[in-house]
Design a binder for this molecule. Structure first.
Ligand code: SIN
Length: 290
């Protein structure tokens, strides 16, 4: 097989074909890693992965990170605690087998409410609905590069609070007290512009909008700046829309992308297995060359 790499948008993402992720050799992985640093998100179609294959491929990128605590706690396939299930499907007792239901999952970066969030996450599709449930990936390096200078000046050197109260589906995380006060909410402060640890490239680092706060500003000033930044990332040229097929694996870098998911009909089934790669360090502020 010949491995080919095709960018899916200019801002973010590439599709890699001609490779079986269950039987990857070192040379192929080296090309994948290079594409990963360049495009921030990678798509592999037509894979046939067992949970062991998914874990083995994930471990190529580093140590695995425990799944997040979602609305029903942690949900993993039997015997696979490092995999977490994203699904609207109910088991035979009527309990959800996974997280996030069938609703929209809003733009977010995975687990950036922690001091050291996971470097990367991947989603492997086992069952997909006939329509809806698309996953969107946003290129945050391109978001920074295209940000107007006046906004860059306002955000440079600042830190932003990343909320840990609610997940991207709007559900309260299990065991957390509900709040809409960013100062009371659990979470972490991170630089608003971070450098990629491998390439040094700057990314706007927003996390999620709800309960977000810009350090050192009044609530009104903070909301105005955040609204302007979130309006900027609405630009269609910054994003890739992924329409799922069974056997797709989508991998994204949490330091240089955000993602969201479209809602879908809850009478249809969507089952994804997800892994995440442990953070190699806390997000580091980007220092502009003098
Ligand atoms: C996630 O945010 O990890 C889930 C995205 C999806 O269900 O497409």
């Amino acid at each position: 097989m010949t491995l080919t790499i095709r960018p899916v948008t200019e801002a973010v993402g590439a599709e890699i074909s001609g490779v079986d992720l269950a039987q990857l050799n070192e040379a192929e992985f080296a090309q994948i890693e290079q594409a990963w640093n360049r495009h921030s998100a990678l798509l592999f179609r037509d894979q046939q992965l067992t949970d062991d294959d998914l874990l083995a491929f994930s471990r190529r990128f580093g140590e695995l990170d425990p799944p997040p605590v979602q609305e029903h706690g942690r949900q993993s396939p039997e015997g696979y605690p490092d995999i977490y299930v994203v699904s609207n499907v109910l088991d035979d007792k009527g309990a959800p087998i996974g997280a996030l239901g069938a609703g929209e999952a809003v733009w977010h970066t995975d687990m950036s409410y922690l001091a050291t969030p996971p470097d990367a996450s991947m989603l492997y599709s086992l069952e997909v609905p006939p329509t809806g449930g698309d996953t969107w990936v946003l290129g945050m390096q391109a978001a920074w590069a295209t940000l107007p200078d006046a906004l860059k000046a306002k955000v440079r050197g600042r830190r932003i609070k990343h909320d840990g109260t609610y997940n991207s589906g709007g559900y309260l995380r299990k065991g957390v007290t509900p709040t809409d006060d960013p100062h009371q909410a659990p979470g972490a402060w991170h630089p608003a512009v971070i450098a990629h640890p491998s390439t040094g490239a700057p990314s706007l680092y927003l996390g999620r909008r709800r309960n977000s706060y810009v350090e050192g500003l009044s609530p009104t000033e903070s909301d105005a700046l955040l609204d302007a930044l979130w309006a900027h990332i609405e630009r269609p040229d910054l994003r890739y829309q992924h329409r799922w097929r069974v056997g797709d694996l989508l991998l994204w870098d949490n330091r240089s992308t955000m993602h969201r998911r479209d809602p879908f009909d809850s009478a249809t089934r969507r089952v994804m297995h997800r892994t995440q790669i442990k953070g190699s360090g806390a997000p580091r502020a980007w220092a502009e060359a003098a």
